[in-house]
Design a protein around this ligand. Sequence first.
Ligand SMILES: Cc1cc2nc3c(=O)[nH]c(=O)nc-3n(C[C@H](O)[C@H](O)[C@H](O)COP(=O)(O)O)c2cc1C
Length: 350
Amino acid sequence: MLERMGMALMRRMDPETAHGLALKALTMGLAPLPGVVTSDRLRTTVAGLNLPNPVGLAAGFDKNATALAPLSRAGFGFIEVGAATPRPQPGNPKPRLFRLTEDRAAINRFGFNNDGMEAIATRLATRPKGAVVGLNLGANKDSADRSADFARVLTCCGAHVDFATVNVSSPNTENLRDLQGKAALEALLAGVMEARAGLAVPIPVFLKIAPDLDPSEIKDIAEVALGSGLSGIIATNTTKSRAGLRSAHKGEMGGLSGEPLFEMSTRVLARLSHLTEGKLPLIGVGGVGSAEQAYAKIRAGASAVQLYTALVYGGLSLAAQIAHGLETLLARDGFETVADAVGTGRSDWL
Ligand SMILES: Cc1cc2nc3c(=O)[nH]c(=O)nc-3n(C[C@H](O)[C@H](O)[C@H](O)COP(=O)(O)O)c2cc1C
């Protein structure tokens, strides 16, 4: 009830202001938090990470790692903060976040606004124990060597997180997505894997990809991923597509997230699952707003899922709701564990 009232109020505000307030409310203890949501069926292991449930918070919600303690008790099985870049940067001019209410979607063009890796590392160093926390790695807009930025952030913050994600798929830093090309990606990942090897405890490293890739680009990425020692792939980031939208803000520049991204991102996920033949754990993200959609991503090939935009419309309590709903769906179909269901519906998406 309290959550619904708060959300109705926030929906009248500018979206970025509302998001800042939501984070503040969280850190002040104003949001009801369910704690850890888990069961024998939901507990799962992804790239060596032991997750209480497979429903994660996607990158970008807590860019500066300021709400780690409450988010750790919000019902998510894992949390990804960031993106962090080596140096702090302000991002693009405001407004840069738009609600597309009729489409249950959002468009953002933040452009990696963040406090920089050192400030973020300091916060991560005092994070609550127990929760699985990862960091989204980004590059500075004006960097002379963007590829090297990913490795620098990993070296700086790697000791304080359980996993890291190389984000070469944000549409809001010009030309960043070019780093998804085969040669550039190989070189970039070699640097990141070297930084990973230099950590006292090497952590899993994921690659996050865009949904706007054609089949041959997806094939190249699968090959590079398998050959590079990556721990897994997160599919996908936001899209540049605007197909089928109805909302007033549909013409804004930036990346589209939420419901309209669901099908597109699930197809990329299924294709990757097919190409990597289950050898590489995949995390499915894009348009997840219900237990049915989380379950569909798992059956398309995801070992775990993440969400962000649906929280804008459904509130933070959605995390626990989806995890509980997933338990019911797995039980209904006779799956003892999440892992048993992974990829069982892949052919529907190919
Ligand atoms: C406001 C906003 C900021 C985001 N920032 C990042 C980011 O810094 N790094 C990243 O990898 N993805 C970022 N994303 C993408 C999300 O992590 C996710 O991949 C995408 O929104 C699709 O999931 P969704 O439909 O559940 O939102 C951002 C998304 C939104 C809406």
